[in-house]
Design a protein around this ligand. Structure first.
Ligand SMILES: Cc1cc2nc3c(=O)[nH]c(=O)nc-3n(C[C@H](O)[C@H](O)[C@H](O)COP(=O)(O)O)c2cc1C
Length: 377
């Protein structure tokens, strides 16, 4: 295939794979697409290790790194809040509500050696303070593309990436956001519709892609949100995208490190089983609907807090739930959830990530041929 994206990165097919899992990143790159490692939860040490490992696996093929520096979050004017300040912003009734959920569902405490998250984890996540060292590490490696979610990349980020001759991308859920990114100097826009897993807006992919393509052309646009098979890829490209950016579809692959209980839930879920909820991060993020999201969705219980206060509030609870969810029939099993998009309804079989890429291309070719055959000479 040949598009503005395959040309930009010298890849065989314009399929970009967002994943927190280095094995998926390497597998998709080796299959001819391009993996992009989601680094938001990586410590600098872990990021070094994972990027070295990916480079060992993929030879001279390209890959990307994704950071999250939100445009707006509590304390963004000061470059992030300290862990103590974040803790002080948590109202006691919220702490009580989370404890009450854990009690009612019988979720056990963490063992002593897996105690509360350290200050670094709480204060620094989702902030420029956290992303700057990650950016330095990415640029010290062969990273071909750096992507930012939740707002335009900072001027510093854009400058550093361009200085090193790499490409910078950003996610957009509205045409105005995409225009703002391009004005700031972004090279690739990911037009991510509401169907997507993770942080997402309200406009559907079908409407969003052509709006963004028209607003920012000739800057290449990747279609995202609800894309997991070849017919959807063909549709995105018919709408003007130069390729696709997929996140959810990798979560049930053999390589994915998705919690086994959650993976099983994903394999069984339908496209109606997701919800946009602020309950994990403080910003609306699409995830599997479970007892956890139902608890937060109840109008009689406290509203989720903002970012990064909500993640600080629920971090330990989510770790307790994940740890205990292995016990069949347990309350923790009922609560367990994770980010996933509406494409979850089509994720019914676990297969290697490379097979997802090959199946997508095969179906894309069939779809493109079938459309061409519908034209009269
Ligand atoms: C589990 C999960 C975590 C995500 N985390 C991030 C993230 O850290 N940074 C980011 O830019 N996008 C993140 N996203 C969004 C993806 O980059 C991508 O835009 C989205 O998954 C595309 O829609 P799809 O889920 O329908 O494939 C996440 C998506 C999922 C499913």
């Amino acid at each position: 295939m040949r598009t503005a994206i395959t040309d930009m990165f010298a890849i065989d097919v314009p399929i970009l794979a967002f994943s927190h899992c280095r094995d998926v990143v390497a597998a998709v790159t080796k299959a001819g697409g391009m993996g992009v490692l989601g680094a938001v939860a990586h410590s600098p040490e872990q990021l070094e290790i994972d990027l070295d490992w990916i480079e060992d696996q993929i030879g001279d093929r390209p890959y990307g790194v994704d950071l999250i520096v939100p445009a707006r979050y509590a304390g963004s004017d000061e470059g992030g809040l300290t862990a103590d300040k974040i803790r002080a912003l948590i109202p006691p009734q919220h702490v009580e509500f989370v404890q009450d959920i854990l009690r009612r569902y019988g979720v056990p405490d963490l063992p002593d050696d897996e105690g509360p998250q350290g200050d670094d984890g709480i204060g620094a996540i989702f902030s420029a303070t956290r992303a700057d060292p990650q950016l330095d590490i990415a640029l010290a490696h062969r990273t071909a593309l750096v992507v930012n979610a939740l707002g335009p990349p900072t001027a510093h980020m854009i400058e550093r990436v361009k200085e090193e001759g790499r490409r910078i991308g950003a996610l957009a859920g509205r045409a105005q956001h995409a225009e703002r990114h391009v004005k700031a100097g972004v090279d690739v826009i990911v037009a991510q519709g509401s169907e997507a897993g993770g942080h997402t807006g309200e406009i559907g992919t079908m409407v969003l892609i052509p709006e963004i393509v028209d607003a920012v052309g000739p800057i290449p646009v990747l279609g995202a949100g609800g894309i997991g098979r070849g017919r959807q890829m063909a549709a995105a490209m018919a709408l003007g995208a130069a390729g696709v950016w997929c996140g959810s579809v990798w979560l049930t692959t053999e390589e994915a490190e998705t919690h086994p209980v959650v993976k099983k839930k994903f394999l069984a879920a339908t496209s109606a089983d997701t919800i946009r909820s602020r309950s994990r991060t403080g910003k609306p993020a699409r995830q599997l609907r479970t007892a956890w999201t139902d608890e937060w969705d109840n109008p009689e219980t406290p509203m989720p807090l903002g970012m990064p206060i909500q993640p600080a509030l629920v971090d330990e609870a989510l770790r307790r739930i994940d740890r205990a969810a292995y016990r069949p029939g347990s309350g923790a099993e009922q609560l367990a959830n994770y980010f996933v998009g509406q494409i979850v309804g089509a994720m019914n079989v676990s297969k290697p990530a490379a097979h997802v890429v090959f199946d997508m291309i095969e179906e894309f070719i069939e779809a493109a041929r079938s459309l061409a055959n519908q034209l009269e000479d």
